[in-house]
Ligand binder design. Sequence first.
Ligand SMILES: Nc1nc2c(c(=O)[nH]1)N[C@H]1C(S)=C(S)[C@@H](COP(=O)(O)OP(=O)(O)OC[C@H]3O[C@@H](n4cnc5c(=O)[nH]c(N)nc54)[C@H](O)[C@@H]3O)O[C@H]1N2
Ligand SMILES: Nc1nc2c(c(=O)[nH]1)N[C@H]1C(S)=C(S)[C@@H](COP(=O)(O)OP(=O)(O)OC[C@H]3O[C@@H](n4cnc5c(=O)[nH]c(N)nc54)[C@H](O)[C@@H]3O)O[C@H]1N2
Ligand SMILES: [Mo]
Length: 743
Amino acid sequence: MAWGPTKQNIHVEQGEEVDHWVHSTCNLCSIGCGTDIAVKDDHIIGIRGNKDHSINLGRLDPKAKDQWIPNNSEDRLLTPLIRDDHGKLQPASWEEAMSLITRKAKESIEKLGQNSISIYSTGQGFLEDYYTIAKIGRAGIGTHLLDANTRLCTATTEWCLLQSFGSDGVPAAFEDLDEAETVMLFGHNPAETGTVLFDRIMERKKKTGKPYLIVVDPRETLSAKEADLHLKIHPGTNVALLNGLLNYVVERDWLDHDYINAHTIQFAEMKESLKGWDIERTSDVTDIPVDELTRAAEQLGQTGSLVSTTLQGVYQSNDATATCVAINNLHLMRGLIGKPGSGPLHLAGQPSSSGNRTVGGVGTYPGNRNPENPEHLKDIAELWNVDEKKLPTGPEKGIIKQLELMESGEIGFFWNIHTNPLVSLPHRERVREAMKKPFVVVQDPFLTATTEVADVVLPPAMWGEKTGTMENGDRTINVLRKAIEPPEGVKSDFDILLEFARRMDFRDKDGNPLIDYSEPEEAFEEWKKVSAGRPSDMTSMTYDRLEQENGIHWPAPKDKPEGTVRLYSEGHFPTEHDVAQSFGKDIDTGRPNTSEEFAELNPNGEAIFHPTHYFGTPEKPKKDYPMWLNTGRIIWHWHTRTKTARSPYLDDKAPEAYVEIHKTDADKLAIKEDEVVRITSPRGTIDVPARIGDVVRQGEVFVPFHYGDWEGEQAANELTHESVDPLSHQPVLKHAACRVEKI
Ligand SMILES: Nc1nc2c(c(=O)[nH]1)N[C@H]1C(S)=C(S)[C@@H](COP(=O)(O)OP(=O)(O)OC[C@H]3O[C@@H](n4cnc5c(=O)[nH]c(N)nc54)[C@H](O)[C@@H]3O)O[C@H]1N2
Ligand SMILES: Nc1nc2c(c(=O)[nH]1)N[C@H]1C(S)=C(S)[C@@H](COP(=O)(O)OP(=O)(O)OC[C@H]3O[C@@H](n4cnc5c(=O)[nH]c(N)nc54)[C@H](O)[C@@H]3O)O[C@H]1N2
Ligand SMILES: [Mo]
């Protein structure tokens, strides 16, 4: 194995003997660490890292060690709930809950049409769930309102890959980090958000001095502290920085002309957009000193191999897709893609957000199919044996657009599966009101801020209590075996979806049930047929092989059962008109290209350079709101803390929200460490204790977004706004204007 040694983390309830261990995968971040679940008397009593899994070699993140604790939590919901006439959620039977849901779904279709039903799912479920959502949603209901929290997470990954390479699928893999001469972490803080991956990089660095590590982040994060070069960027200037760096590289002709000529188009148009971005101007806009910019450009221009990761500092910034595309441009112009140790590694955040994109539960059609390509639709219609005309087309409607459709009454039925939008969506005041309008189903093991607006709550089986597969951030598919029977009274997300399909009586063209599988493995087998011949081909995978081999990278077609570690080694890209997953969008405005426009561009197997323009943040500090608000993660919590706050150890580490503020700003406001201060944006107010130091830049503050209940004075998303990237429609959660006051 290329990295190591193995180091096994185990956490088992004290004094307990384990009956047996069950093969699984960590259900937290997108690294996809192999885990075994400890079982005793049909209870989960612990976890250990799988030491044979090449991704983690036995290691676990601190949160992962406690991820089984919420399964045993006493406040788990064990029966469906229905809101009564007095507005109270009351226990109900599954029969009552499911027949109410079916009736309401049918009513919504009758009154408002098929596009009045929205399924808003997750990046934390199984491919089998997503595939079923895709099939029920598109061929059963016929709605084009299929979205997920992946819109807040990795929608930008998808769109930058579609733009540059024609199809989803991240080019590099984690293995490339073991060989790269240079690694650039762009808006990504893995020391807190992907700890096992960060250990992998740092262990090599401590032993060999490599890779040269560049971190781009306005904060001095734990990751930035370990960097050879930390570019402390002015918020929202990612594209300006990249244009400056790329311009420097182009001017010095540090280019792989053979690669550009043989495998790409539109180099000249891209080059044109770099004009004027000399190092001085770039330094003015980004606040990064000229000598640091020069060092970065010289490293990136001359390194023999490079892996660039991107995450929320990019995807949740303005110009998000353009930033990722600029990084693709860099790799293409230097020919640093499809080779060991090289390639863009646009990461996912959640444990299977990329999986939802791959199988079509969100975004485009299953198997990287293009909804605007009639041949692709025909393909799916044949595979599903349904009428092609039934399948919805038209531009995707992301969750922010869907809020508008709730407000205007066009969404009658909103089904929320495995996500907690009342904490995670920006501008909570608006979300609270919008989500009161439709009939809302919430599928969650716990009462949450979102169940406050639910008409029905369905309690699902959790991790360890169900079977399925997940796709991590580098195209690795892992299988998770059911370790124990779920507690009585709950059903798996998969079984709930099947039950809904049965009650709605969805049928294929021949009058047979649309969904004719009943087990997750059968759904996977069906999905494999849908994937055949497509970029995400999984035809040679089986549950048993996924377990034996500890994960396999897609594509893994029949003639390549071992899978494919990195994409595009042959320099061929899935951009042919009849192959591409999208006809692309205008990089500045997001206007979708027509089929004819894409045919005219004719990339035909070559990667596409795009010009990148810097537009700046939609909201900037102004008179009454003079500071920048940044939001994100800390190591101790998972998202809205429904799992991590139930671990006494983790909760104790970070029991409440706070604001990081620079000491100069704190002095000006006469604020002391731990003093509760008020933060106000044009949309709301929160009161949180101050943490004073120099992690953030002067004039900027950072608030972790994990906190806040229904009212929740501590929720960062009381303050954020809902502007979105024009291509990916991902909200700009990293930049808002605010003021900080002494109370
Ligand atoms: N501990 C923990 N780990 C997690 C998660 C969790 O909830 N907790 N969630 C998982 C998920 S779903 C995700 S999506 C990932 C996210 O993982 P990351 O993206 O690593 O985490 P964030 O803290 O959201 O944002 C990363 C950084 O972006 C920086 N940033 C802000 N503005 C800018 C900018 O203009 N330019 C640049 N270059 N950077 C900027 C922030 O300062 C922050 O340090 O983490 C995954 N892992
Ligand atoms: N301001 C700000 N906002 C952000 C971000 C940010 O950086 N800043 N990051 C964004 C990102 S990248 C993400 S990914 C989102 C995450 O935001 P969410 O997806 O809303 O957060 P989670 O807490 O992961 O919500 C998952 C829910 O599923 C429930 N659950 C657990 N297991 C199961 C199961 O097996 N089945 C079902 N049906 N439910 C289950 C949990 O109890 C929980 O309520 O937040 C986004 N919001
Ligand atoms: Mo995410």
